[in-house]
Design a protein around this ligand. Structure first.
Ligand code: SF4
Ligand code: SF4
Length: 363
């Protein structure tokens, strides 16, 4: 295993950690086997999002076996209750859920406490107004959380958190399909995302990566928005090359998937070379690249975000669906003014896609 240090505290964190969002329909013995294999191979970082309580016990058992070397990343103000996803932005809920998670995972505190899934500015404002972030920092002072941060798909929202407070960690969705845009006939890195990563490094803020394989789509030519197949090695290398990134958390749902991700550690440099992205060119017609050039929508529909969530839902990401349902604005608010389609450089049939989104989610 290779390790990177948190730039503020020098904690050594494995460059590959566990994403748990896809742990479902697996028997407890297999879950234990997966986590034991990972820990035995030097992984020491686990995202503890609680999808379903029944999956926690085997994870807790393996954490307990390896506790002195496992970092836990817990989610604040987001939880499944009786199968329904709740995301109330209030202090009481945050403290209750944190205490429950700490107990459920059998640890004394959360190494990383992240305010869960903040993608919209009005959600950021609600979190600040309700004192959620300030209280999370207080919990840090009280020793319940070691680092305070945020999970998000949106670097602009993350930058607002950096302006507001001295947080030191983000969990971000990062992969080439989320990072690249077409700019004046060139396929290139999205400047605002690139600047965000650089700023994180400058401010000594660390990043853990979710969705390194784009929910698996990047590994399949037919599903990938880039219209090429990338390998797990290329995707991991891409994420690790972003400034600020210290660990990559592929969502694991089987031991073979974990082994495939860990193969990165023994891969030749040529196998991790992702320069093929530079050859993609601008011929990605019709595929949403989540660049946001079509925004703002006069009805405040977050087009790029809901497009991303829909695509993730289509490949079985249940959290994406719950996330969509909690947004302030939905595809059903589209009045087909067509303003967005005029600005999309990828010629995405946005309104057609929004119709499909409404059909799928119901709103
Ligand atoms: S619809 Fe077009 S402009 Fe909008 S996010 Fe997708 S690719 Fe970008
Ligand atoms: S067509 Fe719909 S989504 Fe696009 S800008 Fe108009 S209202 Fe917004």
């Amino acid at each position: 295993m290779q390790y990177r240090k948190h730039p503020r505290t020098n904690e050594k964190i494995s460059i590959l950690g566990f994403g748990t969002g896809y742990i479902r329909d697996i028997n407890p013995l297999e879950i234990k086997e997966i986590f034991e294999y990972g820990f035995e191979n030097g992984m020491n970082f686990i995202d503890c999002i609680r999808v379903e309580d029944k999956f926690i016990k085997p994870i807790r058992q393996t954490i307990n076996e390896f506790q002195d070397k496992v970092f836990t990343q817990m989610h604040l103000t987001g939880k499944f209750i009786n199968g329904e996803y709740k995301r109330p932005r209030n202090v009481k809920h945050m403290v209750d859920v944190l205490n429950e998670d700490i107990k459920a995972f059998g640890v004394e505190y959360a190494d990383f406490g992240l305010i869960h899934s903040v993608d919209e500015m009005d959600d950021f404002e609600r979190i600040i107004e309700n004192g959620v972030l300030d209280y999370a920092i207080k919990l840090k002072d009280e020793g319940l959380i070691e680092h305070v941060g945020v999970t998000s798909h949106n670097p602009e929202v993350c930058s607002k958190f950096i302006e507001y407070s001295d947080i030191d960690f983000f969990m971000m969705s990062i992969n080439p399909s989320f990072d690249y845009i077409i700019n004046e006939d060139k396929f290139e890195l999205n400047n605002s995302r690139a600047e965000f990563y650089k700023n994180c490094r400058k401010e000594k803020i660390a990043i853990s990566v979710m969705k390194p394989y784009g929910g698996g789509r990047l590994l399949n030519k037919n599903l990938s928005p880039l219209k090429i197949k990338l390998t797990t090695n290329q995707c991991i290398q891409y994420c690790l090359d972003r400034p600020g990134v210290i660990t990559v958390l592929p969502g694991i749902s089987s031991l073979s998937q974990l082994k495939e991700s860990l193969n990165y550690l023994n891969a030749e440099p040529k196998d991790c070379d992702y320069s093929v992205i530079g050859d993609i060119g601008v011929n990605i017609e019709g595929q949403c690249m989540y660049c946001g050039h079509c925004e703002p929508c006069p009805n405040e529909i977050p087009i790029s975000l809901i497009s991303k969530l829909y695509d993730l839902s289509m490949i079985g990401d249940e959290l994406a669906k719950t996330h969509y349902m909690k947004l302030s604005h939905h595809a059903s608010e589209c009045e087909k003014c067509m303003k967005c389609e005029n600005y999309c450089m990828f010629n995405v049939k946005i309104t057609d896609k929004l119709d499909k989104i409404v059909e799928f989610y119901g709103i």
